[in-house]
Write a protein that binds this ligand. Structure first.
Ligand code: SF4
Length: 343
């Protein structure tokens, strides 16, 4: 059965019309789903019994099943959810000075094979539906409801490559962004790709204000080929050309994510290469401490080296931020909680 969370507002209007109901009820139903956050059709008290009966016959309204939750000392929460078919996915809630942020998954497992990543240890089983992506954000919002807090930001940076599940991710984000949906502003929504160039080109043609982040992690092809197999399909010159076009068309600032890997990508050499790569682009680079994955040999750069790298980039005129460590004391690496659970 179809989940009602798979419907955008327009889909629901079309569905209601097809069933002989007035489409304006779609907004009322969205309010029940995303504002009052009910998880039972019977709680929709101003919706006719006839309509509820059709929903019960044809649609599901089930939330995700929480299998495990870990909380870090810094407030980061990691959730392991079970889907209707028994697949497991992870989502993370992080607290920043600008508010509460959810990092959601877009696929069950991932085929991109980045060498430092726990998610890539388990190959892709399937894409997530729009509803399964929306429900992650909704579950985190419901958790925050207990504290009277509001989810303000969404990043599609969990397990999976969003541009490998393009249509479902875009539909999910339209529901998350909808004023009748979770009402998270476009500029508070980010999509992170490992460098799937056809996806970047397609995204450039959308008239959307979402942020685009690129997992860079290496500023030269030799190292990037080792760390991220996607680079063999779309090497840096091809990637950067697509990004320059995106920046030109969208007029939006790009974010480059850069995991700090001790002795791998954190030397002076990389500072120079990053400067060259980003030259002339409206972009900044976000340095991220690496969360250790037990199956991998990589370590995060020392605090001292991370600061040195940050300072050198700054001195070189590169716009740079250094992210605080998050969830160090839990299975914070992307995919780690799921991998450990499946072991
Ligand atoms: S880092 Fe992202 S794209 Fe790479 S394997 Fe992990 S989940 Fe996939």
């Amino acid at each position: 059965m179809t989940s009602i969370y798979d419907f955008s507002l327009k889909d629901l209007e079309d569905y209601l019309l097809e069933k002989g109901f007035k489409p304006f009820h779609a907004k009322q139903i969205f309010r029940w789903l995303y504002d009052k956050r009910v998880s039972d059709f019977d709680q929709m008290s101003d919706i006719s019994k006839k309509m509820i009966a059709v929903f019960k016959e044809e649609l599901t309204i089930d939330p995700l099943v929480l299998k495990e939750m870990q909380e870090s000392k810094d407030g980061t929460r990691k959730y392991l959810f079970e889907l209707q078919d028994g697949c497991l996915i992870e989502s993370v809630m992080m607290i920043f000075d600008y508010g509460y942020s959810a990092c959601v998954s877009s696929q069950v497992g991932c085929n991109m094979g980045c060498s430092f990543c726990a998610s890539g240890l388990l190959k892709k089983q399937r894409d997530l539906s729009p509803g399964e992506i929306v429900l992650q954000a909704l579950a985190i919002q419901k958790d925050l409801d207990n504290y009277g807090k509001r989810l303000g930001n969404i990043v599609v940076m969990g397990t999976g490559e969003p541009f490998d599940n393009y249509d479902n991710v875009m539909k999910a984000l339209s529901i998350i962004n909808d004023p009748y949906g979770l009402e998270i502003g476009s500029r508070h929504i980010s999509i992170s790709t490992c460098g799937v160039v056809p996806g970047i080109r397609r995204f450039a043609k959308e008239d959307l204000q979402y942020n685009l982040a690129i997992s860079l992690h290496a500023p030269n092809d030799e190292l990037r080929n080792q760390l991220m197999p996607i680079n063999r399909a779309y090497p840096l010159d091809v990637l950067m050309e697509a990004l320059r076009e995106y920046a030109f068309v969208s007029n939006r600032r790009l974010t480059f994510e850069y995991l700090l890997l001790k002795g791998v990508n954190d030397s002076k050499n990389e500072v120079r290469q990053i400067k060259e790569l980003l030259n002339g682009l409206n972009a900044y680079i976000n340095l991220i401490p690496y969360n250790k994955v037990s199956e991998k040999d990589f370590e995060t750069s020392s605090d001292e080296n991370a600061l040195r790298f940050y300072d050198l980039l700054k001195k070189a005129g590169v716009a740079v931020t250094l992210r605080q460590k998050k969830g160090e004391d839990i299975d914070a690496a992307c995919g780690q909680l799921r991998a450990n659970h499946l072991k």
